[in-house]
Design a protein around this ligand. Structure first.
Ligand code: PGA
Length: 247
């Protein structure tokens, strides 16, 4: 039995005041019988760490550099994330693939850099609406995951995978549990061929997960939790999703 993992992806939202309220609300609502993490904007990581001291909620970042260190203005290394206690880092989110032209290989290199410093990469894969309509969903997610498996080698069993159909992110359109499960099963099979850890690896679903659809999604055989965007910004909504994961 895989323990569920729920990760809040705050994206570029928040302020010191709003974050303090959100984290206080989560502290009050927890703990849950599930692993819970928040991936926050870089400037707020240190304060988040302080706010979460003494709780079981862990924290992470939303991106990292593929480079170790050096003259890369504006970049943040996984060594730095590790240094300030990040447990997770999201890599290859579709917004970074789309707006920052991140390639499958760059995403894989970021995942490798994270693992090298003991930060677990949450590797996002997912198809666009056009790709789904063209019947390419499986091919797209397999291609995206293959680059990471190839680059990580035997360490690939240490990552978390997140299936996030691009057409479902922030749109209110959620993949049906059956649609999501079908893709998760494909990803599990691909992991199975690559690592003997496939049975314990967590594959999260992301894309308009809300308090009222989370339980049904999380009940699917290969859905091991969620990567939550909009609903992670309100303590009540996010904690309801964490509760759904704990069932
Ligand atoms: P959403 O975002 O829950 O707002 O759809 C999910 C994500 O992009 O990680």
């Amino acid at each position: 039995m895989r323990r569920k993992l729920v990760v809040g992806n705050w994206k570029m939202h928040g302020s010191r005041i709003a974050n303090a309220q959100l984290l206080a609300g989560l502290k009050e609502a927890g703990p849950w019988n599930a692993d819970v993490a928040v991936c926050v904007p870089f400037p707020y990581i240190a304060e988040t760490a302080l706010a979460l001291t003494g709780t079981s909620i862990v924290y992470g970042a939303q991106d990292c550099s593929a480079h170790e260190q050096g003259a890369y203005t504006g970049e943040v290394s996984s060594a730095m994330l590790s240094d300030i206690g990040c447990r997770y880092v999201i890599v290859g989110h579709s917004e970074r693939r789309a707006y920052h032209a991140e390639s499958d290989q760059l995403v894989a290199d970021k995942a490798k850099a994270a693992l090298a410093h003991g930060v677990t990469p949450i590797v996002c894969v997912g198809e666009t609406r056009a790709e789904r309509e063209a019947g390419q969903t499986e091919a797209v997610v397999k291609r995206q995951l293959a680059a990471v498996i190839h680059t990580l080698g035997h360490c690939c069993g240490e990552m978390v995978v997140a299936y996030e159909p691009v057409w479902a992110i922030g749109t209110g359109l959620t993949a049906t549990p059956a649609q999501a499960q079908a893709v998760h099963a494909v990803l599990r099979a691909q992991l199975h061929a690559a690592t003997d850890r496939s049975g314990v690896m967590r594959i999260l679903y992301g894309g308009s997960v809300k308090a009222d659809n989370a339980a049904e999604l999380f009940a699917q055989a290969d859905i091991d939790g969620g990567l939550i965007g909009g609903a992670a910004l309100k303590a009540g909504d996010f904690s309801a999703i964490c509760r759904a994961a704990a069932q």
